[in-house]
Design a binder for this molecule. Sequence first.
Ligand code: TYD
Ligand code: MG
Length: 446
Amino acid sequence: MPLSEVGAAPVARLSTGIGELDRVLGGGLVPGALVLLGGSPGIGKSTLTNMVLGNLQQAGRKTLYVSGEESAEQIRLRAERLVLTGPSSATNVLRLENPPAPAQSALQVPVLAETDLDTVLDTLAAHAPAVCVIDSVQTLRAADMSGAPGSVGQVREVATRIMELAKAQGMAVILVGHVTKEGALAGPRVLEHLVDCVLQFEGERERPYRELRALKNRFGSTNEAGLFEMRGGGLVEVLDASARFVAEATRAPGSVVLAAMEGSRPLLVEVQALVAPSELEQPRRVVSGIDRNRLALVLAILARHGGEEFRPRPPADVFVNVVGGVRVDEPGCDLAIALAVASASRGVPIAGAAAGGGAPAPAACFGELGLTGELRWVGHPERRLQEAARHGIERVIAPAESGREACEVASLRAALAAALPTASSPEGEGARKGRVRAVSQAAALA
Ligand code: TYD
Ligand code: MG
């Protein structure tokens, strides 16, 4: 039978009432599908899943929250804190200045505090919720299997039996799973092939921002990411993250704005670097929000192609941080890392467009660095430029062919000249004013 004749009804989706989550899921929860939600302890998994069930309950769906971790009292205490607007609200945005009535939907969610798998399955079969949360998959135990809860055998058995029931009943399930400090979904790693969707909740515990990404999705893209902020009333969607990060950008030496792509969405984030003399034989390379190997690569390119002064002698510790606990996972971040490190190492701020009177707007950048020091084109330059323009950033250092509004440069060297012009150099002034022709720029500096 040709595939065109295979009946494929459009997937009916259940909105979680949280726009950012729906988007990462590919449009909402799919009945009968299993979602694995991973994240380190304290990141907000229980809070997020409580909110989801509260919203669905309010929308008239049957829900069940199964907790093997906390007592019903503890769950209630959390639910009391949550401020939900539910799927009925037009924008799905939590409006803190206008909190809803105290009769909170999160408190209407039935809970089962239980660790025995058979009891949980019996309850799920009897209660037949449309959506259930298992918090967490590592705490349930199949009595007929050896091994402690959370062991590979147990976790696999628990998930398999819940999946069978979910498929049979058309119930959407969110399995919560803990991630170890090393970042591995310890037990749940073995579940990744089994479930339909793997979501990862990330962020730093001490900071309010939380990022939700899809690592696997049978019903949507894995490029999407959602941004939240942990507040007193639970998780709040951060709808204009760019505006926030640009406003918070320090513009100090070592800081640059990166026009990144988060899946299909442009996002402006601040990348910061610190370069300090090292006491260590092996200087430190500390990253947060970017890949360590990427920093190593960019430092090597900077040393080789950035000019004499970036050959680190004496050895220096280098720290690079994407502000706000956001993780950037695309080649377009190379240039931002290079410029932040260069700016930090020189102690000179990146040159933004000189705004009339007020503080200069920060400069933004994007682009991938090649091993020969060339700056390479990356996807969606027009959307990155638009996002920068929308937030008042006029000066965006970008690879060639990015767009006429960009300050296009062809090499790392030309980018450095454009971003960190020496006050006396006329080509630096030219770069400050507008579009730089990379070839002449590179020639002038050679
Ligand atoms: P929690 O959802 O319990 O994390 P996880 O299930 O991933 O272990 O949330 C943990 C933290 O969130 C906790 O330290 C308290 C904080 N929090 C808030 O700041 N505001 C809130 O409204 C709630 C419910 C929690
Ligand atoms: Mg929890």
